[in-house]
Design a protein around this ligand. Structure first.
Ligand SMILES: Cc1cc2nc3c(=O)[nH]c(=O)nc-3n(C[C@H](O)[C@H](O)[C@H](O)COP(=O)(O)OP(=O)(O)OC[C@H]3O[C@@H](n4cnc5c(N)ncnc54)[C@H](O)[C@@H]3O)c2cc1C
Length: 597
């Protein structure tokens, strides 16, 4: 619920970050998590993950990709023995009980090989987290210690042949036996990661064909058939099979959470998966950049390394900028979740802490998956013909990248979630969105536009504020135009989602760069400043253009002129010198042989 503070409506828990708060809170209003704040413990965990990834995984790419029998589960178990699977599991159940930032930082280290990264993520994320947050103490005690060490491996079975995005339309059915001791499970799940070796599956089925419910299903129970491996475009080393349950007898106490409340588990666990994917894909972007930078330095054409050509070096700069923007949004999000997880007293509070940031989770999932497609594609391009050849890593990276836009909710579904959730929460009075939108419209009508405050980053701060104003303005006009039918206007919502995503990106980057500039690392300061210099005009330009385009689509002649005139008051032009900034970023990339920060 909202309370009034001065003339601003705030959430009750004003001291804790609020999901979607970046849309109305002033840029820099609160300290945000960023790699500069990683603790020694977090860095140690990342180093352990990187070491494992380099020594155990990258040295076995060919065997993993060829699905050498038993190799991936063996490597997962090895990772478990080294403590790399237990970050999110509470200490009392054999884990480390560390926060989401550590968990995602560790996940990022496995990103150079998509197959293994997906297998590990499916185990530690969507496989294990349902039990961590929704299991009874007995279920936790039974499964979590083994999942923490890799003694048992996990998978998550939601999708069916006829229900993917529309997951709640599942047909798999569970019926209680007359003696109440077992559930009889029948149905088929499709595309299940880790299916060929997982010991335990979180399976979603409808009790009596109606109540959507999660069950913990052990592989050893008779009645389960694992289908053949799918032949995939990418992540070929990961296991993806169908599961068929035929009169499988599941002990009655294997219901996870409440009967009929399976959707709470499915959607909240997907939020965690989205964050993991969002951060992991940014790790992939950095890997693509590393491959591209090394090659661009070595490859000579016209008597020079190709890195010396502007149209090659600008790609390196773009990849570095994308990586910076992605990691900035990703760790800001994990930091906010950790802030809310800390005071959480029980699993219900913990789930709420994660659910609070479902908008940010969808933003970073969409951003990361598209960023990796871009970076992998540019890594191929920089490698020229060699990029197209299997022997070189960019070819695999590009194939592996493609799935990220499809699973953990397709990017279309995630785009719909972004404005959909914001509007829903605003209607319920949980966030002060409509109040802020109206205040902005009044200020624009009266010409009450703030001037740049002066000082370093003054323009970027102001532009970041204006981007919020434009996004809120357009969102409110869309809500006013379509009322309850706004959900049917997917094309408009998709564009609004992209505007909101860019607002989050710019707001996060301005805050992080401002923090870096207050530090003492001169080299880092120059690179970070250049990244903001290059990114701010692009983000601002996108939001202005998309906002105008949406208004031109949805408004009638009578209102359009007034709306555009209002937004024109936010027009800002400044000498940004983006090309020079990108040239310096590219040089820093070449010097670092990859991501320079
Ligand atoms: C390699 C791989 C691993 C996977 N691992 C797992 C796993 O471990 N566990 C699991 O449960 N599932 C898993 N999946 C399944 C995956 O999550 C689904 O494929 C995904 O959710 C999309 O569902 P679908 O394939 O049925 O596509 P559909 O839902 O049929 O979508 C097809 C297209 O229509 C669009 N679309 C659908 N509905 C809408 C809408 N309302 N509005 C706008 N556009 C819409 C989609 O965005 C998409 O572009 C995996 C899939 C693959 C390929």
């Amino acid at each position: 619920m909202l309370t009034k503070k001065g003339d601003i409506l705030m959430s009750d828990q004003a001291t804790l970050p609020v999901g979607g708060g970046f849309l109305w809170e002033e840029t820099g209003a609160r300290e945000v998590m960023a790699p500069e704040h990683f603790t020694a413990e977090q860095k140690e965990m990342a180093a352990a993950g990187r070491d494992f990834s380099e020594k155990e995984i990258l040295s076995r790419v060919k065997d993993i990709e060829a699905k050498k029998p038993g190799l991936v589960p063996e490597l997962l178990k090895k990772a478990g023995e080294l403590g790399l699977l237990m970050v999110d599991i509470p200490e009392e159940f054999g884990g480390l009980g560390l926060g989401k930032t550590t968990s995602m930082l560790l996940a990022e280290q496995f990103s150079p090989l998509g197959s293994f990264s997906v297998s590990l993520g499916a185990h530690t994320g969507i496989g294990t987290m349902p039990i961590v947050y929704f299991g009874t103490d007995a279920q936790k005690a039974d499964y979590l210690p083994d999942l923490a060490t890799g003694k048992r491996l996990a998978a998550y079975a939601l999708t069916e042949a006829s229900s993917g995005s529309d997951a709640l339309a599942a047909k798999t059915k569970a019926v209680l036996t007359p003696d109440g001791k077992h559930w009889i499970l029948n149905g088929t799940k499709q595309f299940i990661t880790n299916a060929s070796f997982a010991d335990v599956f979180t399976v979603f089925a409808k009790v009596d064909g109606e109540k959507f419910t999660a069950f913990l299903v052990d592989r050893t129970i008779p009645g389960l058939t694992i289908g053949p491996e799918e032949h995939k475009m990418g992540i070929r080393g990961s296991s993806t099979c169908a599961l068929t349950f035929e009169d499988m007898k599941i002990p009655a106490d294997r219901v996870l959470g409440e009967i009929g409340k399976g959707h709470k588990i499915a959607f909240n666990i997907l939020n965690i998966g989205r964050i993991k994917l969002g951060v992991g894909t940014i790790g992939g972007c950095k890997y693509a950049l590393e491959l591209a930078a090394r090659y661009a330095k070595e490859r000579q054409q016209f008597g020079k390394p190709i890195a010396a050509f502007g149209l090659v070096s600008i790609k390196l700069a773009e990849m570095a900028i994308i990586s910076f923007v992605g990691e900035t949004m990703g760790y800001r999000t994990t930091g906010m979740i950790d802030d809310r997880l800390q005071p959480a007293k029980n699993d219900v509070d913990k789930v709420k802490a994660i659910e609070e940031f479902s908008v940010e989770a969808s933003i970073i999932k969409v951003f990361g998956s598209e960023a990796l497609d871009y970076c992998a594609d540019e890594a191929v391009q920089i490698h020229g013909g060699y990029g197209f050849i299997e022997e070189y890593n960019p070819e695999r990276l590009l194939r592996d990248s493609r799935i990220n836009r499809i699973f953990e909710g397709t990017n279309e579904i995630n785009r719909l979630i972004i404005p959909g959730t914001i509007l829903k929460r605003a209607m319920k009075g949980e966030i002060p969105l409509l109040e802020h939108s109206m205040a902005i419209r009044e200020k624009l009508a009266s010409g009450n536009i703030p001037k740049p405050a002066g000082g370093e980053l003054s323009i970027e701060r102001q532009v970041s504020e204006f981007c919020k104003w434009i996004a809120l303005y357009v969102l409110s006009v869309a809500a006013e135009t379509y009322h309850v039918k706004v959900a049917e206007e997917q094309e408009v919502l998709g564009d609004i989602a992209d505007m909101i995503g860019k607002v989050y990106a710019l707001d996060s980057v301005v805050q992080r760069v401002s923090h870096i500039l207050a530090g003492t690392d001169a080299k880092k300061k120059t690179i970070a400043r250049d990244i903001l210099t290059a990114f701010a005009p692009v983000a601002y330009g996108f939001i202005v253009h998309t906002g105008r385009h949406i208004l031109m689509d949805i408004c009638d002649t009578a209102s359009l002129g007034g709306h555009l005139k209002a937004l024109d008051k936010l027009r800002t032009d400044w000498p940004s010198k983006v090309i020079e900034a990108k040239r310096r970023i590219a040089l820093a990339v070449l010097e670092a042989d990859g991501y320079p920060l």
